[in-house]
Structure formats: structure tokens, C-alpha cells
Ligand binder design. Structure first.
Ligand SMILES: *Cc1c(COP(=O)(O)O)cnc(C)c1O
Length: 428
């Protein structure tokens, strides 16, 4: 073992508390010293293919020279300025370009600095829009198994489980509904109807429920549900934090849907995964319910790093790359490769389900035991892939791929072959 690697591990363990990690039982941590394209390199120069885009954020590969160049220029021009009472070119340009790119009518952009806070702002917009108009509604609708972040509001509207149990008593009440299918639509509508008068908004992850296990539903079923909510005066909050910016094969999940939301949330791939940034957009009607000579009707929310010029610059550079023909072709190619792989997997005796939505691939293993987040599968599969130079993070018995768009056909094929090797091993 290289001593630098060991030294970094020891020093890390002494001072760092890692996210979503039981530090006592945590498997060996891997110090990464550099990255390029789809690859991460540890202190021993071992290469890992980043098959999860480093928690779903990296769109165009690591340390992208174009984003780095743009950031470096911005860093020498304007690194930060308060966004209350002041503005700057990157925020103006990013808002203009994002609003123009969205296939639905959103007219204003509110900046934060991560996905969870983008959700908090979305919830506040919906709740206060109702309040500012003198409304008395108090209920919020959300999907079971949803995930919207880790702050209290975001936790409240997320599916409940071991993650939220310690805070259960402090979370606000939410009406949970099943993700839409052709067969449950009428039943769900009846349930919503019962609560329509008191319901402010419906928050949902469109098409793919990521952290819930890459659960997927059909665009037309979600559109039907959205349409029903709208007809009942229930505001729609569309969380595109994971699925936005090409993940689903189209620029946004909104490009698959026939109904338009009132509020939308973006983060993760927004900056190409370079810097933290959150965006909440809204329709003109939502904005107008705050726009008043009465100062108390303002949205009293802001973060120190709201609309960071650096993060906005990274987002603009990422958008340039995303819109290039080459990137769009890569997205289509990854989607096609996933499709072919699923055909191959479908009849495997060890596979319970294999599914995809654009560049997002997921496969469920048949397990005899429990299939929770804590199932042993993770403990077997995570090191199995690491040994083969692949970073993947199984969610219980579900393994998934969220590759950066620059991933080569060869690397993706290699990952598939390792998945098949794991399947053969599990058969024995
Ligand atoms: C990751 C995620 C969030 C939370 O974003 P953070 O930046 O991790 O706070 C919210 N919604 C969805 C759908 C996500 O995948």
C-alpha cells in the first residue's frame, strides 16, 4: 500500500464525518487526488470509472477544460457579490438562457445553493402564494418513496423511512400518494378530490424517483395526474434536480410532459457538477402573488451565496456544452446502449426488473432476503465493482448507472460486462 493513500485515510478518519455513512462500520474510504473525464484517480493512481457521475452531478466529465477556463476568467473578474440590491452578468445571462430553454412558461428565477434549498424555496413560494392571497389551505401532496432533500421542509415532503424516523415528530404533515399507473389513476384522483379544498400544492419527481430506487413512471400517467391537480387549483412543484439537463434523454423531464408546472427546481447537473447551485423558477402568476406595494408580501428567503457568480458561470459553460450536437449525440448513444443491454438482461433468472429512462439505467436483483437500503447486496456489490475499477453505489438490491455524457462506448460496455459477471456469480 502506498503510504500517501494510507496517510490520507488516517487523517480523514480522525477529522471528517461523511454523509450517509455509519462511520463505525464504514468500508474503507478512498482518497481521490485528481479526476478527468469519466475517471477518478486515487493516490496510488488507480483509476475508477465514475458510473454515478459523483452523486448524479457530473454531466460532461470531471475537470472539464472549457468549464475550468470560464471559471478561471470569472474568478479573476468577480468572485462574489451580495445578490440583494446588486446583480451581475452571469446571473442575468443564466436566468435568461434557462427560462428560454425550458419548454414551459416560467418567467422568474430564484437562486439558492443546493437542491434541498431550491425545494425549500419552492415550498415557500407555493405556501406563501396561498397566504398572500388570504388562502387558508395547509396540505401538501407528495409521492410515496419520493426524495426531495435533507433539510426539514424537503424531508417532510420526502418518503418517510429510517432516514427521517428520528425527526418524524418535527416534520409537517403531508398527504402521500402512489406514483401514477394506468390502473391507480382513478383511485388517486378520488383521494385528491377528498382533500382538494385544503391542498396547496403537489410536489413530485417527474418520470424517475431517483433516491427512492430509480423508480420510473410513464409521462402520460404523470401528465394526467398533473392535469387533475391543476383543475382542482392545486399548484404543481416539479423537482427536476436529478432529471434535468439531459438525464432523461430530453433536455428536461418537462419535455416529455403535456402539462406545465407552476414551480420548478434545478440543481445537481445545473453547473455540470462543478459547483453547488440551486434554482427555483416560477410562473408569472406565482411571482405576481408576491409583487405588491405591501412589503410583508415579499419572499423573505436568501442565502449568503445566493447566485454565486462563479456557480452561475459554471452553469453557463455547462449549458454551452450540453447544447452541442456532440453532447446530444452522446446522450442518445448512451440511451441506446442501455436499451440494448436491457434486452440482454431481461430474461436473466437473477434479474427482477431492468429499466431505463434516457441515460438512467436501473436493475433490480432477485433476493431471498430483505430488499431494504441496508440489504447485504450493497455490501457485496459495492466492493465487487470497486475492485474492477468502477464506482457504483447500489441502493439496496437495485444497481443503477447515471454516467457522465462523455463516457465512452467501451467503458460503458465494460461496466455492463462486470454487471453480467456479478449476475453469474450470484447465480452460483
Ligand atoms: C439530490 C436531490 C435533491 C436534493 O439536492 P441536494 O443538492 O443534495 O440537497 C432534491 N431532489 C431530488 C430529486 C434529488 O435527486
Amino acid at each position: 500500500m502506498n503510504s500517501k493513500q494510507e496517510e490520507m485515510k488516517c487523517r480523514d478518519y480522525a477529522v471528517n464525518w461523511h454523509p450517509y455513512t455509519q462511520m463505525k462500520t464504514a468500508t474503507d474510504i478512498i482518497p481521490i487526488v485528481r479526476a478527468a473525464g469519466s475517471y477518478l484517480y486515487d493516490a496510488n493512481n488507480k483509476q475508477y470509472i465514475d458510473a454515478v457521475s459523483s452523486w448524479w452531478v457530473t454531466l460532461h466529465g470531471h475537470a472539464h477544460p472549457y468549464i475550468a477556463q470560464k471559471l478561471s476568467e470569472q474568478l479573476h473578474t468577480l468572485e462574489q457579490v451580495i445578490f440583494a440590491g446588486f446583480t451581475h452578468q452571469p446571473a442575468i445571462e443564466l436566468s435568461e438562457r434557462l427560462l428560454a430553454l425550458l419548454p414551459v412558461a416560467q418567467t422568474k428565477v430564484f437562486y439558492t445553493d443546493n437542491g434541498s434549498t431550491a425545494i425549500e424555496v419552492a415550498l415557500k413560494m407555493a405556501i406563501q402564494a396561498n397566504y398572500n392571497k388570504g388562502g387558508k389551505k395547509t396540505k401538501i401532496l407528495a409521492f410515496k418513496n419520493g426524495y426531495h432533500g435533507d433539510t426539514f421542509g424537503a424531508m417532510s415532503v420526502s418518503g418517510r423511512g429510517v432516514w427521517t424516523d428520528p425527526f418524524g415528530a418535527m416534520l409537517f404533515e403531508v398527504l402521500f400518494i402512489d406514483a401514477p399507473t394506468k390502473s391507480n389513476l382513478e383511485e388517486t384522483k378520488a383521494f385528491i378530490q377528498q382533500h382538494a379544498e385544503e391542498t396547496i400544492c403537489f410536489i413530485y419527481e417527474p418520470l424517475v424517483q431517483g433516491a427512492g430506487g430509480m423508480l420510473m413512471h410513464q409521462a402520460e400517467d404523470l401528465s394526467a395526474l398533473m392535469q387533475f391537480c391543476k383543475s382542482k387549483g392545486i399548484l404543481l412543484i416539479q423537482d427536476e434536480i436529478f432529471v434535468g439537463f439531459g438525464r432523461t434523454g430530453k433536455l428536461f423531464a418537462a419535455n416529455h410532459l403535456t402539462e406545465s408546472p407552476d414551480v420548478m427546481c434545478f440543481s445537481k447537473g445545473l453547473t455540470g457538477g462543478t459547483l453547488p447551485l440551486g434554482i427555483t423558477t416560477c410562473t408569472e402568476a406565482i411571482y405576481q402573488s408576491f409583487f405588491d406595494s405591501d412589503k410583508t408580501k415579499a419572499l423573505f428567503h436568501g442565502h449568503s451565496f445566493t447566485a454565486s457568480p462563479l456557480a452561475c458561470t459554471a452553469a453557463l459553460a455547462s449549458m454551452d456544452l450540453l447544447l452541442m450536437d456532440e453532447t446530444q449525440q452522446n446522450i442518445a448513444a448512451i440511451s441506446h446502449q442501455h436499451h440494448l443491454f436491457i434486452q440482454r438482461l431481461k430474461h436473466h433468472p437473477q434479474v427482477l426488473d431492468a429499466r431505463q429512462c434516457g441515460t438512467i439505467f436501473a436493475m433490480e436483483w432477485k433476493t431471498s432476503g430483505e430488499t431494504s437500503y441496508f440489504s447485504d447486496m450493497h455490501d457485496i456489490l459495492y466492493p465487487f465493482f470497486l475492485e474492477r475499477g468502477i464506482l457504483m453505489r447500489p441502493l439496496g438490491n437495485i444497481i443503477y448507472l447515471v454516467p457522465p455524457y462523455c463516457m465512452s462506448e467501451e467503458d460503458l460496455s465494460y461496466i455492463y460486462s462486470c454487471i453480467e459477471e456479478a449476475l453469474e456469480l450470484m447465480c452460483k
